[in-house]
Structure formats: structure tokens, C-alpha cells
Design a protein around this ligand. Structure first.
Ligand code: SF4
Length: 264
């Protein structure tokens, strides 16, 4: 692959499709020259991917966005992961003056006032730091899965991100939540204890709650907003013909089987 473009991403997606996770990481690192960045939220999908990357001992950088509003349990699994794999997860934090201005003008929980205020908060706590994390990157790895929500139902294994001029890789795109749980359990991967307390998806503490049985996985994120608006601006997917041949977008999953009792 020379330059990132939609066709190159579609070709790569087709090549990734038959491979297991180890093979997918190897192919991504062999195919995409230049800087590769994996942004982890320290949720269970990202922990599975962190494990695979740590085992591969490749060249993909593992980074996280420390919004300053994360659960204590998230910081705990962050430290636990670094100790378990002997790695450092590089943190990108909000720009101090933006944070101070938002809190001064809107209040510490001002993101609850409107969708616009919430997006502004996600903007300086997540989107702007993400831009710095991806500066100069040729490939961006994520733990997104198609089954996580209706908004993510057409998540491909690889796609061209025109706005950032890079290839976005989602090596778990076609995994189910059960696949993730099995991988984590079988490989003794450290995970956030909140997953055992009804949190299938874990973000900032004031914007994430546990979900009830039968609710979609991301029902606990910004639950006071409409479903269609529930993304933070990090993952803006424009559907293209970049889904691998024969791969159909999965219907998003509910939590009826998402309460795994995983031995830690
Ligand atoms: S998830 Fe909530 S606290 Fe976190 S950046 Fe977005 S609005 Fe702010």
C-alpha cells in the first residue's frame, strides 16, 4: 500500500476478513507503512486488542484519551494492564485552557445542558486530543464492533478516513460480544470490573451508566439523548463500499447475554 485511499482500504478489508486477530495485526503492520496508532478506551474490546498487540510486540503505538472524567476503575485497569504486559499506554489529556473555559462558563457538568454543550465537552476532552494522538499517523486501529450499536452497524474491517487522510482499522469489527468475552477469558486479559456490574460500554463517569437486560450495549452512554446523536465525534463513519465482499452489517446487539461472569 502506498497512499491511503478508499480502494486500498477495501482491498485490505477483504484480505483481513479470513484471518484471526493475530493474523490481522500482522497483516496491518506489514501492509501500512508509517505510524500506526491504537486508541484504547480501556473497555473490554480494547483490552482484547491491547493483549493481541502486546503479544505481537509489533510497532503499533497504544495510546488513550484521558478525559479527566473517567471512572476510578478505568484508571485501575489502565495501571493493571501496563503492569501485566510491561507496556506504557501513552495518555493524551485535554488542553488546560479549553477545559478551564468550559467549566467556568458552563459548570463542571455543563455537558448536560444540551447536545451542543455535550459535544463541546467531548470536543475538547476527546476530539482535540485524538487529533494530536493521530498526528502523522498512516493507520488508526480501534476496537469498534459492528454489533455495538445501530450507529456502528456498518463498521468495516478497514476504511479510508478522508478527514484524517489515513486508513482506519477495526480488526474486531465482525466479532460478537461473546467472541470478545471468550478471548478475554481464555487469555486472562485484565478488564474493567465495571463490565461485571452491568456496564457493557464504559466512558466518562458522569456520562455512562449500567444498562438493563435487553437494552442495547450503548444505551448507558449519554442516555438522556436520542440514540442517533450518541457518538462523541471520535468515530464518524461514512458508509462506503468498503465492507469486505460477503460481509453483511450485523444488527446491533442487546445485552441479554452480555453479563458474562468472567474469571479474572
Ligand atoms: S463523555 Fe461526557 S464528560 Fe466525557 S467528554 Fe463527553 S460530555 Fe464530557
Amino acid at each position: 500500500m502506498t497512499l491511503p485511499n478508499p480502494q486500498a482500504a477495501a482491498d485490505l478489508a477483504a484480505q483481513l476478513k479470513p484471518l484471526d486477530l493475530k493474523g490481522r495485526i500482522a497483516l496491518i503492520e506489514a501492509t501500512i507503512p508509517g505510524r500506526l496508532v491504537f486508541t484504547t478506551s480501556l473497555g473490554i474490546e480494547d483490552q482484547a486488542l491491547t493483549h493481541a498487540l502486546a503479544m505481537a510486540k509489533g510497532r503499533t503505538e497504544i495510546v488513550t484519551l484521558d478525559t479527566g472524567r473517567l471512572y476510578p476503575e478505568t484508571y485501575d485497569v489502565w495501571a493493571e494492564t501496563e503492569a501485566a504486559y510491561g507496556i506504557r499506554i501513552r495518555a493524551y489529556a485535554p488542553e488546560r485552557r479549553s477545559e478551564e473555559a468550559f467549566v467556568r462558563e458552563s459548570g463542571i457538568n455543563g455537558f448536560r445542558h444540551s447536545v451542543e454543550a455535550r459535544q463541546a465537552c467531548c470536543g475538547f476532552r476527546k476530539v482535540e486530543p485524538l487529533g494530536r494522538a493521530l498526528d502523522g499517523a498512516a493507520g488508526w486501529l480501534t476496537g469498534l464492533r459492528a454489533g455495538q450499536s445501530a450507529n456502528r452497524a456498518d463498521t468495516p474491517l478497514a476504511e479510508f478516513d478522508e478527514s484524517r487522510d489515513l486508513i482506519k482499522l477495526n480488526p474486531l469489527a465482525d466479532w460478537t460480544r461473546e467472541d470478545v468475552d471468550r478471548f478475554v477469558r481464555d487469555n486472562y486479559v485484565p478488564y474493567n470490573v465495571l463490565h461485571d456490574r452491568g456496564f457493557p460500554s464504559i466512558g466518562c463517569a458522569p456520562c455512562t451508566r449500567a444498562v438493563r437486560v435487553g437494552e442495547p450495549e450503548r444505551a448507558g452512554r449519554w442516555w438522556w439523548e436520542q440514540e442517533s446523536k450518541k457518538e462523541c465525534g471520535l468515530h464518524v463513519h461514512v458508509p462506503e463500499t468498503d465492507v469486505a465482499p460477503g460481509e453483511e452489517a450485523a444488527a446491533f446487539e442487546t445485552t441479554q447475554s452480555h453479563r458474562p461472569e468472567m474469571a479474572r
